[in-house]
Design a protein around this ligand. Structure first.
Ligand code: PMP
Length: 414
């Protein structure tokens, strides 16, 4: 059999870090072709919040295919599309007293971000967008231009314009990033352009599991209102319950103008994204933003089933309880291994340990893989060991995963 290296472009990445061939997955476990079992602390970078091959989602998708349901439909009206829209409104938006128009921007996280940037510029007639240090918003020219990662930007070949990067919360110790931003906005007109939008992740997933404080988010919203700037929350990774509530911004009580969701919105890994737009900003003309794969009906079926997790508060409570277990496990590791100089990061089931020594986090993750734990690094220098288990993981799974991590750290340090 040919290797991935022989067959694929040099751009391939995950198959390098985890050099095996995976072929089966269920819940929070994966198996490779040798039958070796792995605990999943990665969840497809936040796509598998409800676990791999959820029984009901699997059954509903199979039944739909067997009944000759329409698979692809562009954005024609179909039963699964209608059911998803109705359920999203009823289960997610209405109980949270949120009012948004729902848009299908294309199948990926990058697509929803791209649509959000466009609508902000269209609504305000302004060109630039403020984003934050270490932000990650996607790989197309627009979404990459608001991504604060020099390595990824290098992939575009030439410099990208139309965005201004501001310090994220706690980017510089004892530095008031809000005052800085406010001063910047006050200077608009003096050569500084007033932006169309501010785009942010409440917890930066790729940028190092940096969690913004609630007060910081509230102040950003206040600034946006004062300056008539649209607030875009990119909840592609932190949303869908990842941080303990369906939307990551709920604890802050803020109401973004635009919300980007993808990854786990498609239920169990089917490509799907939605953009939520406050009704007063829904200024698209019909067909102004289209794309062939906006109507993935298999994804709508799984996505509607996934919403049933949110019909009452039980799942939210469960996730929050597991987040506490994760937090304790993280601090236990940090205390047990003072050599790591570890720092706990994150919120909900999106946590990490930042380690000081360069290359150490990568070494730990590589060792963990050998022992059967899938865990990846995050941060501009890959300095954070990042924990992103499926939300359906149980206590046993979390404990088993942390035992493998503990053994790996012990091995790497000795
Ligand atoms: N926004 C955030 C916050 C993300 O984490 C990602 C993916 N890691 C994206 C956007 C881009 O999503 P996709 O890879 O599906 O284009």
């Amino acid at each position: 059999m040919k290797t991935f290296e022989e067959l694929e472009s040099a751009v391939r990445s995950y198959s390098r870090g985890w050099p095996t061939v995976f072929n089966k997955a269920k819940g929070y476990k994966l198996w490779d072709t040798d039958g070796k079992e792995y605990i999943d602390f990665f969840a497809g970078a936040g796509t598998m919040n409800y676990g791999h091959n959820d029984d009901t989602m699997q059954q509903k998708v199979i039944e739909y295919i067997q009944n000759d349901g329409i698979i692809h439909s562009l954005d024609m009206g179909t039963t699964p599309r209608k059911e998803f829209l109705e359920n999203f409104k009823e289960i997610i938006l209405t109980p949270r007293k949120l009012d948004y128009k729902i848009m299908f921007p294309g199948p990926t996280g990058t697509n929803t971000v791209e649509s959000a940037l466009k609508i902000a510029r269209k609504v305000t007639g302004r060109e630039t967008v403020i984003s934050f240090t270490n932000a990650f918003h996607g790989m197309t020219i627009g979404s990459l231009s608001v991504t604060g990662n020099s390595f990824k930007r290098h992939g575009a070949g030439v410099p990208l314009h139309h965005s201004v990067s501001m310090p994220f919360d706690n980017y510089v110790e004892n530095h008031d990033s809000i005052a800085y931003l406010e001063r910047f906005l006050e200077d608009s007109g003096s050569g500084v352009a007033l932006p169309a939008a501010i785009i942010l992740e409440t917890v930066q997933g790729e940028g190092g599991i940096n969690a913004a404080r609630i007060e910081w988010l509230q102040k950003i919203e206040e600034l946006c209102k004062r300056w008539d700037i649209l607030l875009i929350v990119d909840d592609v990774q932190a949303g869908n319950g990842r941080t303990g509530t369906f939307f990551s911004f709920e604890p802050a009580g803020i109401e973004p103008d635009v919300v980007c969701l993808s990854k786990s919105i498609g239920g169990f890994g089917l490509p799907m994204a939605i953009t939520l737009i406050k009704p007063e900003h829904d200024k698209w003309g019909p067909g102004e933003h289209n794309g062939t794969f906006r109507g993935n009906n298999l994804a709508f079926i799984a996505a509607t089933e996934a919403l049933s997790y949110w019909k009452n508060n039980d799942f939210e409570k469960e996730v929050q309880e597991k987040a506490e277990i994760l937090k304790t496990a993280v601090s236990t590791i940090i205390e047990k291994y003072p050599e790591l100089n570890g720092e706990a990061r994150g919120r909900g089931l999106m946590q990490g340990i930042a380690v000081e020594e360069e290359g150490l986090a990568t070494e730990i993750c590589a060792e963990a893989f050998q022992r059967g734990l899938i865990v990846e690094t995050s941060g501009p220098k890959d300095e954070v060991v990042k924990f992103l288990p499926p939300l359906i993981i149980d206590k046993v799974g979390l404990e088993k995963g942390f035992q493998l991590l503990d053994d790996s750290i012990n091995y790497v340090l000795n």
